[in-house]
Design a protein around this ligand. Structure first.
Ligand code: NAG
Ligand code: NAG
Ligand code: NAG
Length: 384
């Protein structure tokens, strides 16, 4: 069934899907989050990503400065240096630094703290030679946060421009229409950012009490009611478009992991099967494919509207992405004219090729699926 859907989509979406209007075009971004560990830095596939984001730098709440996330590894053991060193092997690769900290909310309210932070970002970026900076703040929520986040971004952008090295600026944002409205002044943010990494996952969680896929592309009319009405990738990313973010700045994020549930009754294993409340978890794609291969009894199913797979065995249930579902999402990116794709994270792809689809099967699907795609750029809507 998945293959039928996939071929239909390829047939419908590819012809003439790219803007017919004259204007600038760009290659799509393939944004890869990476956390040091396995695979080792030197083994990162820099030819399969346009941007690699080293995750995560941290915040000193004493000085309100950006600091390395793991001083011993990043600095003393040369983590940053080895990471930037990837550019020698892959000259076109952009090596970016990603930042996240729960106390960021206590920073952005005060101009003095923002000022210290901006200076420290510029300092750390130039000391180590990063190409771009990414902020993963989960999530702005209060009116003052919504108001001050664009200020922070604009201040960073101004400082970056003054450096004259073309440093890029991006933020990661949640897929939730309510959080988007509450926390994000979309036009103001998108004006100063090069790109927005839209996290098209975690749309279902342990709070629900039923098993479900966490990155459905489209609304399933019979299942997605009440608070789940907009809880699908298409509705949530369109919220960013409708609120005024240029499409070419939006990178659709896809998960290289699944979310797991424990069923209450092994005989009931369809979408929305009753599951233990508060008993969901995460599992890496490389473990999912290994389990399906090595443990007898796994049954694989497909959500024909959400266009993502799930699998179950006894009371175990997992919703995830595979090469078929990612191919569908790549065609969706082409059809919609988005700027590219993001993934969390390359470490959890089947990078050893254990499952028999070659190394990095998911990441390769993103590359194959966006091959020859050019992003239409509205030239009257470019960066300041
Ligand atoms: C991309 O373009 C090249 C050169 O024109 C072509 O050989 C290749 O088949 C194209 N790939 C896809 C997926 O269309
Ligand atoms: C291009 O951007 C301008 C400025 O934001 C906007 O007014 C215009 O409608 C856009 N054109 C298209 C075709 O999206
Ligand atoms: C240094 C760097 O990453 N520059 C990039 C910033 O974004 C523009 C537009 O996407 C790219 O063309 C630059 O290469």
């Amino acid at each position: 069934m998945s293959r039928i859907v996939y071929f239909l989509l390829v047939w419908v979406f590819i012809p003439g899907s790219i803007s017919d209007e004259p204007g600038e075009v760009r290659p799509p971004r393939i944004v890869c989050y990476y956390t040091p560990g396995n695979p080792d830095i030197e083994d990162v596939p820099g030819d399969l990503c346009t941007n690699i984001l080293y995750s995560f730098a941290s915040l000193s709440t004493d000085t309100w400065e950006l600091i390395p996330g793991n001083y011993k590894f990043d600095i003393e053991e040369g983590g940053y240096k080895r990471f930037i060193g990837l550019k020698e092997k892959f000259p076109n690769l952009k090596t970016d630094l990603s930042f996240g900290h729960e106390n960021f909310k206590y920073l952005i309210r005060y101009e003095e703290r923002r000022d210290k932070f901006v200076k420290s970002v510029v300092k750390l970026m130039s000391e180590h030679g990063f190409d771009g900076f990414d902020i993963d703040w989960e999530f702005p929520f209060l009116p003052i946060e919504r108001e001050n986040y664009p200020l922070m971004i604009e201040e960073l952008r101004t400082a970056f421009n003054a450096e004259g090295r073309g440093w890029n600026l991006s933020i990661a944002v949640p897929s939730d229409v309510y959080l988007t409205d509450i926390g994000y002044d979309v036009p103001a943010l998108c004006k100063s950012l090069h790109s927005v990494n839209f996290m098209g996952y975690d749309l279902r969680s342990e709070k629900e009490g039923f098993a479900d896929v966490h990155s459905p592309l489209y609304r399933r009319p019979d299942l997605d009611v009440f608070i789940f009405y907009y809880s699908n990738v298409n509705d949530c990313i369109m919220k960013w478009v409708d609120n005024g973010c240029p499409r070419y700045k939006l990178m659709l994020g896809v998960p290289f992991y699944g979310r797991t549930f424990t069923l209450l009754d092994a005989a009931r294993h369809n979408l929305h099967a009753p599951a233990k409340f508060g008993n969901a978890g995460w599992i890496n794609y490389n473990e999912i494919c290994r389990n399906i291969l090595d443990e007898p009894g796994w049954v694989q199913e497909y959500d024909d509207v959400g266009l993502v797979p799930w699998a179950y065995r006894d009371l175990n249930w997992v919703g995830y992405e595979d090469t078929d579902s990612l191919m569908i999402k790549m065609n969706y990116i082409r059809e919609q004219g988005f700027g590219g794709v993001m993934n969390w994270r390359i470490n959890t792809d089947d990078y050893t090729g254990y499952c028999g689809q070659g190394t990095y099967p998911l990441l390769r699907t993103l590359n194959y699926g966006l091959e020859n795609y050019t992003v239409p750029v509205n030239t009257s809507d470019t960066l300041p």
